[in-house]
Write a protein that binds this ligand. Structure first.
Ligand code: ASP
Length: 293
């Protein structure tokens, strides 16, 4: 099997810093591909996502959006084609949530760790404390909160919802790879939605929603998390690959986007099927992505 890798940096409207964003995405994809040549799919996915998390231009790891209370809480998940999986939800003070998710997968009997105890797990496992907030993201938060700071939390949630209506507030990252043994892995990492309500859980840390992988294929989704969650979208895309006798990754990604369209929701999907075909689809202005095959 020829190794292949595909990465994304979120489905969004075109914005500023597109050049910087695409440069970081291409770089992450190339680094993941180099790893894929010597190692396996899960190593490549972890390394590529770590590089995406290190980009200040993407909403994952460094540069994650601040939540309503000014803190960054991140979600990440990773899965292999043998159905082993790991995820963290609402983790704080780490640089690479995807590696903590990998540690949950490799070193525990569990699939998901959440909240402060996920953070404690990371630190006790030797992941260094790290503040992922960047100056531009702090300034953006301060600018918006200036308008809302007199209000109660519930009023803030209401006003922020109105403020953000119609604006895409995304930038999640993800990667799917297939190695030369036909092994497949997928991973997703996010800072959540801009001004996320603390405690909100999106799709990116949920196996079956933001990420899924089986011997039939691997998928990473991005977009409106609530809708991706209720659709179990990543699992549905893999189901499509599993059921259709001649279903290919591109058809499966398009099928997933039709599902999102049926709920009037926006997003993007990347996937690889067991034959090594790549698929991607989106219903926003762009899905920032890159692949090597
Ligand atoms: N799906 C992510 C979430 O809802 C956001 C994104 O993909 O950009 O948390």
């Amino acid at each position: 099997m020829k190794p292949k890798i595909i990465v994304h940096g979120g489905a969004r409207n075109l914005g500023n810093k597109e050049t910087e964003r695409i440069k970081d995405i291409i770089n992450a994809c190339e680094i993941g591909y180099q790893v894929l040549l010597d190692k396996n799919a899960v190593e490549a996915v972890e390394i590529a996502v770590r590089h995406l998390e290190a980009s200040a231009y993407l909403n994952a790891g460094v540069g994650s959006y601040l939540q309503l209370d000014g803190r960054v809480r991140m979600d990440a998940s990773i899965m292999k084609d043998d159905l082993s999986a790991g995820a963290v939800i609402g983790i704080e003070d780490v640089e690479h949530p995807i590696s903590v998710a990998r540690r949950v997968m490799d070193m525990t009997q569990h699939v998901i760790l959440s909240g402060p105890l996920a953070t404690d797990f990371a630190h006790s496992e030797g992941f260094p404390r790290f503040d992922p907030r960047t100056r531009p993201k702090i300034d953006l938060w301060m600018e918006i909160m200036e308008e809302f700071h007199q209000k109660t939390t519930y009023e803030q949630i209401f006003h922020v919802d109105r403020y953000l209506t119609g604006r895409f507030k995304l930038g999640t990252v993800g990667c799917v790879a297939i190695d030369n043994n036909g092994g497949i892995a997928a991973g997703t990492s996010t800072g959540g939605l801009k001004l996320n309500v603390p405690g909100r859980v999106g799709d990116s840390g949920i196996i079956g929603a933001g990420t899924y992988c089986s011997k039939f294929g691997g998928v990473s989704c991005t977009g409106y998390g609530e809708k991706i969650l209720v659709l179990s979208l990543a699992r549905q895309v893999v189901n499509y690959l599993q059921q259709g006798k001649s279903a290919k990754a591109m058809d499966a990604a398009e099928y997933g986007i039709k599902e999102l369209n049926s709920l009037d929701a926006y997003g993007g999907i990347i996937c690889i099927d067991k034959e090594g075909n790549l698929g991607y689809s989106y219903n926003t202005e762009i899905l920032t992505m890159h692949y090597i095959e």
